[in-house]
Write a protein that binds this ligand. Structure first.
Ligand SMILES: [Zn+2]
Length: 333
């Protein structure tokens, strides 16, 4: 690949939508960053807010929290942390998008047993997923700003995870839905969010309509129904603890290893649980000229969670062609 201009501080490239650089070659996101001290203060405030919420809601339902459990290192670490340090009773839910490595399933079983968790494996029929993922490979079905943060394939997969987890939490009256987002994937300011039914209705429509156009009625079970909005259900908080607790990738890998977690083979550098990711990355990069994880990696570098060289390595790594081919074959492309 030819030499691409990138921000001197983070790793955002000149091909990133809307990017501007000052005379020193620093991007607008790095110019706006208020510094580590400000960030640490904000994290401390959110940690306190989280602890107050735990105090208030713990022990009032059969489960305190529903974990969106991908089986990756970050969600595994989050589960362990909140089970052990905060005593939360979890229902862990894994959505198998058809590309979950066998090792990830073994990891999930080991970790669930180790932590004494209840776990649900939700496995949507593959014909539905095939229509969605092959459709997303052909066409970007969401507004262009979503492409800055993730590939269209990942955005669709996450919409299914987020809304079906919310539906389950609403139906089971679970007060918290927990995500293992890294600090690169979510700002501290969004790390604790009370789900508001009216806002959810609008947000859900923005995901539901494009997915419906690809796959039709089959997507309905993964979203809230009109009856969920009638005021008789309690809506949970969404919590992303890694945005305000400590985040150190090496430490996380060593902590999850103690639970028996092992890194699956054949996955790319930006995931620890998904074989579809390589294909999603290639498709996005070929179409848009930048890596779909670059915004996340840039944020981790800017905020001091990751070395610039490490981020560069992750976003310039070539995907394994055999894995990409096997995904294409499975999707009928
Ligand atoms: Zn920058």
């Amino acid at each position: 690949m030819n030499k691409m201009k990138r921000c001197r501080i983070c790793v955002l490239p000149e091909t990133f939508p809307g990017i501007t650089f000052d005379d020193a070659g620093v991007c607008q996101y790095c110019q706006k960053f208020k510094g580590k001290k400000n960030l640490e203060d904000k994290k401390a405030r959110y940690k306190k807010k989280f602890e107050e919420l735990v105090e208030k809601h713990k022990g009032q339902s059969g489960y305190d929290a529903l974990m969106c459990y991908s089986g990756g290192k970050d969600s595994t670490h989050t589960l362990a942390l909140l089970t052990r340090n905060y005593g939360l009773k979890f229902l862990a839910v894994t959505y198998d998008n058809g590309f979950l490595p066998a090792q990830t399933l073994r990891n999930i079983h080991k970790v669930s047993d180790e932590l004494g968790l209840d776990h649900i494996l939700y496995r949507p029929g593959f014909s539905l997923l095939k229509r969605i993922f092959s459709g997303c490979a052909a066409e970007d079905i969401y507004p262009p700003q979503t492409l800055m943060r993730a590939s269209t394939i990942c955005t669709s997969c996450m919409a299914i995870v987020k809304f079906s987890a919310l539906r389950l939490a609403v139906e089971k009256d679970i007060p918290f839905v927990v995500f293992g987002w890294s600090p690169g994937q979510i700002p501290v300011a969004s790390a604790i969010m009370k789900n508001n039914p009216e806002i959810i209705r609008v947000m859900q429509k923005a995901s539901f309509d494009p997915l419906f156009s690809l796959a039709g009625e089959g997507i309905r079970p993964y979203f809230l129904e009109e009856r969920h909005f009638d005021g008789s259900f309690r809506f949970p908080y969404n919590i992303s603890p890694l945005a305000f607790l400590d985040y150190d990738e090496k430490n996380i890998l060593s902590e999850v290893a103690k639970l028996g977690w092992e890194r699956p083979e054949d996955i790319d550098a930006n995931t620890t649980n998904c074989l579809l990711n390589s294909f999603a990355n290639v498709t996005h990069r070929d179409k848009h000229g930048f890596h779909p994880y670059v915004f996340e990696m840039a944020k981790l570098v800017r905020e001091g969670y990751m070395e610039r060289s490490e981020a560069l390595a992750k976003i310039t790594e070539k995907e394994n062609p055999a894995v990409v081919e096997s995904v294409k074959k499975k999707l009928g492309l």
